[in-house]
Design a protein. Structure first.
Length: 363
């Protein structure tokens, strides 16, 4: 008697007596190919080895710039990764967010040599999904794309806090958008900021880029010559003039403002006074998020883990030093550290908890 599994594009048949697996590529005339597995019954494809019957989950971290996905096995090992573009539904729409999440997820599945049927749970933590209605809509859309999987949708905020482990902690997210999320000793979690580019995101890459462009436009309105920073922005973004860049902003602001941020940081690292002014303002805004959260969590006089996360960190020696100094000033008892895992891995861990949780029948 033998058993049959479907793994990726292949059928796997294993002899119960010999522990020998025979593989056939579905839809080809290549016939069966002998594949020695041994007593443990393992399947191997493309250099990856899996125990037959092993279950997998997808963990997805989606933001305003990119989407990252990891495929994790039930032992907690990352087996493959996938990437795609932005998946914040408040910035790219629900259709755009869905497309990016599916692209990253399917890339990870393909890179692992599996099929969608091998995945049990999909957990997606998305920026812009803080509102319950947004979460419900994204969950419905993803459930249609992954109809046989358990689907969970949360926010990127949930992922960042999950990635800190246990205990008192604050994560300051500095990226296309900004927020701070923290947890007190009793496990209570609170978020501040993260209200999007129209109502918040002060100190974000988007905000820095927007402020730098506004300053350049005002100078142009006064008939002033472009400052060194303004000229650098036009050059690095390959814009013919400010009218050209304005038109691009009106079409897709997320493709303009965050791209100005690295131009500002590069100029600041070289000593440009105007660029440094924008970054000083950003550091103040970001530190104020931590101050507000410390007060709400009553952590001002407590030791806690403080983590910076996001694409703005590590880009500029000047900005990193500036932000660290401001954070040390407002949170002198904080212990600076790193996330224990990536946000996508945190999403996968949350998916594993769902997969391994006892059902009502088995509880």
């Amino acid at each position: 008697m033998s058993e049959l599994w479907v793994i990726g594009q292949y059928e796997e048949k294993t002899s119960a007596l010999e522990g020998v697996s025979y593989r056939r590529r579905i839809g080809t005339a290549s016939g069966w190919v002998n594949w020695q597995l041994g007593a443990g019954h393992y399947a191997k494809k493309g250099g990856l080895t899996y125990a037959l019957g092993m279950r997998f989950v997808l963990g997805i971290d989606g933001g305003g710039t990119k989407t990252e996905c990891v495929l994790m096995d039930e032992a907690g090992l990352v087996r493959a990764e996938g990437r795609s573009g932005p998946s914040n539904p408040m910035r790219v729409g629900f259709g755009g967010a869905l497309a990016a999440v599916c692209e990253a997820g399917r890339a990870a599945i393909q890179n692992a040599g599996l099929s969608t049927a091998g995945v049990s749970v999909v957990c997606a933590g998305l920026a812009g999904a803080a509102q319950p209605e947004s979460q419900r809509k994204m969950k419905k859309l993803l459930s249609e794309e992954f109809p046989t999987q358990v689907v969970e949708v949360c926010t990127d905020v949930d992922l960042k806090l999950e990635a800190t482990g246990d205990g008192r902690a604050i994560v300051l997210n500095v990226g296309t958008g900004t927020f701070a999320v923290g947890r007190d000793l009793n496990g209570q979690a609170i978020r501040v900021g993260g209200h999007g580019p129209l109502l918040g995101d002060e100190g974000s890459a988007y905000d820095v880029g927007r402020r730098a462009m506004i300053a350049a436009l005002r100078a142009a309105d006064r008939g002033s010559k472009d400052s060194p920073l303004a000229a650098r922005i036009l050059h690095d973004l390959r814009a013919t003039d400010w009218e050209d860049l304005q038109l691009r902003v009106y079409r897709v602001p997320d493709e303009v403002f965050p791209r100005i941020f690295p131009v500002v940081t590069a100029a600041a690292d070289e000593g440009d006074g105007e660029a440094r002014m924008f970054l000083k303002n950003a550091a103040e805004e970001l530190a104020s998020l931590v101050t507000d959260l410390m007060e709400r969590l009553e952590l001002k006089d407590e030791k806690f883990l403080l983590v910076k996360s996001g694409g703005m960190a590590g880009r500029s020696a000047y900005f990193d030093k500036l932000l660290d100094e401001r954070l040390q000033a407002v949170a002198p008892r904080a212990q600076f550290g790193e996330l224990q895992v990536t946000a996508a891995q945190a999403a996968a861990r949350m998916a594993l908890k769902l997969m391994l949780a006892p059902t009502e029948e088995g509880a």
